[in-house]
Design a protein around this ligand. Structure first.
Ligand code: ADP
Length: 254
């Protein structure tokens, strides 16, 4: 598969003098196009810091991050803002939908702002809302739908722009187990049918078991990697729980 992102010896330190926290400590890995990858690790292991650097909202202390061979650590803030808008899609734990806009308006907002043609917008929204099972709630407001539906709307908003990658930070964090499962199945559809590349940060083994590959972080370093391959999701989940117990971290099987 073709390389999309290269994380090259990335470090992020907080503090100074003798009081330094190595939040991310010399991390190397790559993400290929079409991957569905999870970054797992206990609280404080550096997951969010790493994701924020990949998402261009936080700067590296040292090292480089390349998207298709372009070094984003060398870009200025304006270029980064453009890059973020055009190339990245986000799904957050707390949905980040605008309450005064309908589900459909939330999904198309970024496209409208970019001046994409109305017909093209309509075609994309029809297609995506149908694929994600939310076409019936397009005219509702966020407060009128469930948490799971809100999160699928956030997924539709993330993918409608055809981003290079979708970045998700604990996307099931605010959902009950049934809605979590539906969201993870939505991610699977986005990855397998809509060919989206997805990178998800989670501390939850059940969520990670839907991915194709998992990187485990501990104390700011990658200490293990698992690839699902031909394994069933249940087998993969057991493997993940084994790694977590080795690492002494949290795991959940709900
Ligand atoms: P995780 O997402 O795995 O819970 P974080 O990336 O949030 O971990 O944090 C990694 C480490 O860096 C922790 O020790 C945390 O306290 C520290 N850290 C994160 N952000 C800051 C900050 N803005 N200032 C100081 N320390 C921070």
């Amino acid at each position: 598969m073709k390389e999309l992102i290269k994380i090259d010896d990335v470090e992020k330190y907080y503090g100074n003098g003798t009081n330094i926290t190595k939040a991310v400590n010399r991390v190397d890995f790559q993400v290929d196009k079409g991957e569905f990858i999870a970054i797992m690790g206990p609280s404080g292991s550096g997951k969010t810091t790493l994701l924020n650097m990949i998402a261009t909202v936080d700067k590296v202390t040292a090292g480089h991050i390349y998207y298709e061979n372009v070094d984003i650590t060398e870009m200025d803030d304006d270029a980064l803002a453009d890059f973020r808008r055009e190339s990245l899609g986000f799904v957050f734990q707390d949905f980040n939908l605008l309450d005064t806009l309908t589900i459909e308006e939330n999904i198309v907002l970024a496209l409208s702002l970019r001046g994409v043609e109305k017909k093209e917008i309509e075609k994309r929204v029809n297609d995506i809302t149908k694929r994600l099972g939310i076409s019936k709630i397009r005219d509702k407001f966020p407060y009128e739908v469930s948490g799971g539906q809100k999160q699928r709307c956030a997924c539709a908003r993330a993918i409608v722009n055809n981003p290079k990658i979708i970045l998700a930070d604990e996307p099931t964090g605010a959902l009950d187990s049934k809605s979590s499962q539906m969201l993870l199945e939505t991610f699977q559809i986005m990855n397998e049918e809509l060919k989206a590349t997805i990178l998800m940060v989670t501390h939850d083994a059940f969520s990670a078991s839907y991915c194709k590959r998992i990187l485990f972080l501990k104390d700011g370093k990658i200490f293990y990697e698992l690839v699902r391959g031909e394994k069933s999701r249940r087998e993969f989940l057991n493997e993940i729980l084994d790694v977590l117990s080795l690492a002494g971290g949290e795991g959940s099987n709900d």
